[in-house]
Design a binder for this molecule. Structure first.
Ligand code: GZL
Length: 341
């Protein structure tokens, strides 16, 4: 069972006890030694922002979305005056696990990360829990039976994103009775957004058998991967009507493949993507992409809020879903000037 809405886990209580315990011990040491050295801070209870240290294990830098997500998180922690240790795992789970272990050794106050894939985290998250270090998930979820291994999940509802993409396709081809052939460019194999965007999309288009996903393959959320896979699948599926890409970057790669094949993206072959980063929105405004489902990377301020509450021993919601919308070509033209990323 993946997502949970459980009560606050034991970790946060352990953590609060750890922080309070340290404060009480330090207060006693100050009282006994009679000195007023660095102990005031510890004696005054929960840490100030300037004393909090957070370890963040990022997926990588695979897409425009990821770059925007990293920038926003680093900006938010800088604004809050909280020290952020940051690592880029280059989309490798073993690198994220190494980074998390390093943060445990450094005894940071909170560990936050975006799990590159859903599974394989229980062992390292148990090590963090045993060390009394609370963990916050951002962006992607883990598939774990034990919901005490993390304090909160902050990110999108990827199934909903897939459904929104599917609904646009159903509406777009409402008057067509002939089969609608679809190629799906999947995100990273095993990643929550890839699994869920496929699930939500299939749930909506699967209601009508005219929609046929003739091929589905991972492009690993990258532009190069999207281009390479689209080139191959276009050759083996010459009658395809639409490409559904799990992110803008793979959709932009598909545009290159469609143009290289002498066809017009957005017309000969329609494209639906997810993210709504600037390059995707530009292609949408030019009609090369037909519809984009937004997935916001701007999680920084909310993550700071969750971290601050966890360190203070306050309750946090188990699952915090970000607000998102969708864009047609006209809406992209209007929204582009104000897009932050
Ligand atoms: C979604 C995020 C995905 C984006 C991709 O929250 O995990 O990873 O959709 C990114 O662009 O690579």
């Amino acid at each position: 069972m993946r997502r949970v809405n459980g009560a606050r886990s034991g970790t946060a209580r352990n953590h609060a006890a750890r922080v309070f315990g340290v404060a009480a011990t330090a207060a006693l040491a100050v009282a006994l030694s009679g000195c007023a050295g660095g102990g005031e801070q510890a004696a005054s209870g929960p840490k100030d922002a300037g004393d909090i240290v957070v370890g963040f294990a990022q997926v990588g830098a695979e897409s425009g979305w990821r770059t925007a997500n990293t920038k926003d998180i680093q900006r938010a922690f800088e604004d809050a005056g909280i020290e952020l240790k940051f690592s880029d795992a280059q989309q490798k789970q073993e690198n994220q696990i190494k980074a998390i272990r390093s943060y445990i050794t450094q005894q940071v106050d909170v560990i936050a990360f975006s799990p590159v894939v859903e599974t394989g985290w229980d062992a390292v998250l148990k090590e963090a829990k045993d060390a009394g270090i609370p963990v916050v998930l951002t962006d992607r979820a883990v598939d774990s039976e034990d919901d005490t291994l993390y304090e909160s999940f902050l990110g999108s509802d990827f199934i909903e994103e897939g459904k929104k993409a599917g609904q646009w396709v159903v509406d777009e081809y409402a008057d067509q009775t002939e089969p609608v052939e679809i190629i799906q460019l999947e995100g990273t194999t095993g990643a929550a957004p890839a699994i869920d965007r496929a699930e939500g999309f299939a749930e909506v288009v699967g209601a009508d058998e005219k929609f046929q996903v003739v091929a589905s393959q991972t492009g690993d959320f990258t532009r190069a991967g999207g281009k390479q896979v689209a080139e191959a699948l276009l050759k083996s599926n010459p009658g395809v009507d639409l490409i559904y890409a799990h992110n803008d970057d793979m959709g932009l790669g598909a545009i290159e493949a469609i143009e290289a094949a002498g066809m017009v993206p957005g017309q000969d072959i329609k494209i639906v993507t997810v993210d709504a980063v600037k390059d995707g929105m530009t292609a949408l405004s030019e009609g090369k992409i037909n519809f984009i489902v937004e997935c916001s990377p701007l999680l920084g301020d909310q993550l700071v809020d969750i971290v601050t509450k966890v360190v203070a021993g306050e309750d946090v919601e188990k699952r915090i879903i970000t607000e998102e919308t969708t864009f047609t070509q006209e809406q992209a033209v209007e929204a582009l000037p104000d897009r932050q990323y």
